[in-house]
Design a protein around this ligand. Structure first.
Ligand code: ATP
Length: 436
């Protein structure tokens, strides 16, 4: 089994990721997050928000609607490619206008091509209840536009001045021709983004791109992704999206030595605001109080996928370790990402005194963190079960605990066990985990 198959199987078995609406045969390109998956994803989003919005003075957040006036997508350029018959390479996923190709194989990698289709990236929906009078709308293909159409409202309602950023996390939808690799390429997915508005100046843009590239790379490193597994790749001019003046990807070394995009960092120039002003006829320029100038700021964008990050965190954390004759499967997830921070075990489930004390430890800790309870099987099996879920610490309440008011805390990675006083447990975990 390759690692992706192992992750797919573990993700389903342990409740991280299930195929979408599976009892009806599924729906291609959709995934449902189970009890552990939703915690992992929420942690990613919470950490993104904390590092991007909460800890910065000049970044605010918004949460725009998924459904937008269809004119938004005309202005953004997303409707332009509607009538182009496109083919997509099944291996590198690059898309080409069918009419520009000289032969049947991908010009970039020689891979097999899909049949030409009138490629419609945006998913359609309709608004209204009366048949025949419904309005065609689109499920947003990127969350970015929700920020740009609110640029003026944020300026008017907040005390922000250039440079400043607007962050957002939310769902996006794309009619991907070839969804695959678990959640890597889905038709419904979540993005976490920052649109950072700067002065329209090449030198400033280069400086900001370098700043945000570093910030975002360090963000993944700090959450435990091996440095060797990430790299930057600059897009060639003919590869860039229609809006981009410069584009970099943070790529992850996917199993099999295949580098894949995890996040994009782009200089979108003034494309979005200028186009929205043209289409909406509203003045979206920024007024600089000091210089009394009015101008379109440029945007530096960092655009990451929450689902891709979750998948890469899982792949990166997955280990099979030999201990004696046994192999343990362990997810060495960063503690801030781990779905459960700790699990509490009474040594024996049929000893009411142990259960009662363990229950009080559990009740106390779960006020602050996600804590799991397990009283089935033997302690060794319970450890293995938690290792597979990435739980960084396990607490066992045993007979000594009744006498000495302390417990065993076992570390997932080193498997070392120490005794900690029950009244010191909260501080112990606070030091290890913070508020996560
Ligand atoms: P790709 O070339 O892999 O299709 P993209 O260049 O179209 O990606 P962007 O439009 O830059 O992607 O979107 C920003 C981020 O959103 C990506 O880096 C990725 O993490 C995430 N993303 C984009 N498309 C998908 C998808 N179909 N499924 C899951 N995540 C996605």
């Amino acid at each position: 089994m390759d690692i992706l198959e192992k992750i797919t199987s573990l993700a389903k078995r342990r409740g991280f990721i299930y195929p979408g609406s599976e009892i009806y045969g599924g729906l291609s390109g959709t995934w449902d997050y189970g009890p552990l998956g939703v915690e992992l994803k929420n942690n990613i989003k919470k950490i993104f928000w904390e590092t991007t919005v909460q800890s910065r003075d000049n970044v605010v957040g918004i949460d725009a609607a998924i459904l937008m006036n269809p004119r938004v997508w005309e202005a953004s350029g997303h409707l332009d490619s509607f009538t182009d018959p496109l083919v997509e390479c099944k291996s590198c996923h690059h898309r080409f206008r069918a009419d520009t190709l000289k032969n049947d194989l991908c010009p970039d990698c020689g891979g097999e091509l899909t049949e030409p289709k009138l490629f419609n990236l945006l998913m359609e929906a309709s608004v209204g209840v009366v048949e025949g009078k419904k309005q065609k709308v689109y499920l947003r293909g990127e969350i970015t536009q929700g920020v740009h159409v609110n640029f003026k409202q944020v300026l008017d309602s907040q005390r922000v001045s250039i440079p400043f950023g607007i962050a957002q996390i939310g769902k996006a939808f794309r009619n991907e021709i070839t969804p695959g690799k678990l959640t890597f390429r889905s038709r419904e997915f979540e993005q976490m983004e920052l649109q950072y508005y700067i002065k329209p100046d090449e030198k400033e843009a280069r400086k900001q791109i370098e700043f945000w590239k570093k910030e975002r790379l360090v963000w993944y490193h700090n959450l435990g992704i091996d440095k060797k597994q990430l790299r930057f790749r600059e897009h060639a001019p003919n590869e860039r999206a229609h809006y981009a003046k410069a584009a970099w990807d943070i790529e992850y070394n996917f199993p099999g030595g295949d580098w894949n995009e995890l996040e994009g960092i782009h200089n979108r120039g003034d494309w979005d605001l200028r186009r929205h002003q043209e289409y909406s006829k509203k003045d979206l320029r920024y007024f600089d109080d000091e210089t009394k100038e009015r101008y379109f700021p440029w945007t530096i964008e960092t655009s990451g996928g929450v689902d891709r990050a979750a998948l890469f965190f899982l792949i990166d954390a997955y280990r099979e370790e030999n201990i004696g004759k046994e192999t343990r499967t362990v997810l060495k997830l960063h503690p801030q990402l781990a779905p459960y921070k700790t699990a509490v075990f009474p040594l024996l489930a049929n000893k009411p005194k142990l259960v009662k004390l363990a229950q009080s430890v559990y009740d106390n800790l779960k006020r602050r963190w996600m804590v799991n309870w397990d009283d089935r099987g033997n302690i060794g099996k319970r450890y293995r079960y938690q290792d597979e879920a990435g739980t960084p610490f396990c607490i066992t309440v045993d007979f000594d605990s009744l006498e000495k008011n302390d417990v065993t805390v076992r570390d997932r990675d080193s498997m070392k066990q120490i005794r900690v006083k029950i009244e010191e447990l909260e501080e112990f975990f606070h030091n290890k985990l913070g508020e996560f």
